[in-house]
Design a binder for this molecule. Structure first.
Ligand code: ZN
Length: 360
């Protein structure tokens, strides 16, 4: 047997108002007057004063447009910008936001200490040198970006959505403060919390199971159920629960693989530009044949929380579009073979994949 050696985030700080401890964490990494931090913040906070007070004079900060997922080009540009602004590397990088900002910070931390371009590291275990010390501060729960060993990146040149899947991509420190998710839009809150639920059900239904990963997944699903069957999914207690569940779900996928939903969701993101979490929910709603119990439960959550879910999104697509959707789905061999075995292409023929997309 060859057992996989697993890594999770080494440090995490959790609690309401924990954000006030951010300066302590940053200052612990600065040794000289020239040392500086880089803040990568979701553009949602551009006009807010919530985080500005934490940025020291010498620090750099960038607001990241999270309306689209990070691209390899944007990662290259940002890391070039940091290198050309300062004549030394930052001591610490702080990612604040949802999946996009958290993933951007992870990718930049790796790219600053490794030569070449972001696209050179799209794949498994290609990052050689440890990145800059990084602190993750999620302001939206569910993507698991705070805990996972990857960072989603879109590469439009290669029509490829793939992260830097590496032990070096894992955050060194998390700061989990549930007060930060108070102002999230209800639908968005639900979609991203479901991303977490989907990570867990996909990994539990896979061929490559991991004893510890299963335990993380089972607990995250239990907490998600409690939240989505309750009256107010966004109460203080429930937001804290979703934040912890997201962390656990992220740890689960760090030890295993997703399944069928994520590859189809990636297809929707690459070809139609639909956001990851929403795309997952759209796919979830049409894959009864693969995850019958889970899809039924998902629909109960949607009804209970009165969530809006777009329908008929592929009705105007041409044959060529469906071909592109097929190609950008079937490329995800690891999750598909996790779900369906190594012969997954015999099950997911182009005809079958097209039929599934037509149901969305
Ligand atoms: Zn996901």
């Amino acid at each position: 047997m060859n057992y996989k050696n697993s890594k999770n985030v080494p440090w995490y700080l959790f609690g309401e108002g924990a954000i006030e401890q951010l300066p302590e964490l940053i200052n612990a990494k600065k040794n000289t007057a020239n040392d500086f931090a880089v803040f990568v913040i979701d553009h949602y906070f551009e006009k807010s004063n919530l985080f500005k007070k934490f940025i020291a004079e010498n620090d750099l900060f960038y607001f990241i447009d999270s309306s689209d997922e990070p691209t390899t080009d944007a990662i290259d540009q940002l890391s070039e910008k940091i290198k050309s602004t300062k004549n030394q590397l930052p001591s610490v990088i702080i990612g604040i936001g949802g999946g996009t900002a958290l993933d951007t910070a992870k990718a930049i931390a790796n790219l600053l200490t490794n030569p070449g371009k972001a696209s050179d590291y799209q794949g498994w275990d290609l990052v050689k040198n440890p990145g800059i010390f990084k602190i993750g501060v999620p302001t939206l729960s569910g993507t698991g970006a705070e805990a996972s060993r990857t960072c989603v990146m879109m590469n439009y040149e290669k029509n490829l959505k793939l992260g830097m899947n590496s032990e070096h991509t894992i955050y060194d420190q998390l700061l989990l403060d549930p007060t930060l998710t108070k102002t999230v839009n209800r639908n968005q809150y639900f979609y991203s919390a479901m991303d977490n639920y989907i990570h867990c059900i996909e990994s539990l239904n896979g061929n490559y199971r991991h004893f510890v990963g299963d335990a993380f997944s089972e607990q995250a699903i239990k907490m998600s159920r409690e939240v989505f069957f309750s009256e107010d999914m966004m109460s203080d207690a429930n937001r804290a629960k979703v934040m912890v569940a997201s962390y656990l779900g992220g740890c689960a996928i760090a030890n295993s693989f997703v399944g069928i939903i994520h590859p189809f969701s990636a297809g929707l993101s690459v070809v139609l530009g639909i956001h990851h979490c929403l795309a997952n929910c759209i796919v979830m709603n049409v894959v009864d044949e693969y995850y019958p119990k889970e899809v039924a439960e998902f629909r109960l959550f949607v009804d209970k929380q009165k969530i809006e879910l777009p329908k008929n999104i592929t009705k105007d697509l041409a044959k060529d579009d469906f071909h592109k959707l097929y190609l950008s789905t079937i490329i995800h061999e690891k999750p598909l073979s996790n779900a369906l075995g190594l012969d997954f292409k015999k099950i997911l023929t182009e005809e079958k994949v097209t039929e599934i997309f037509r149901r969305m």
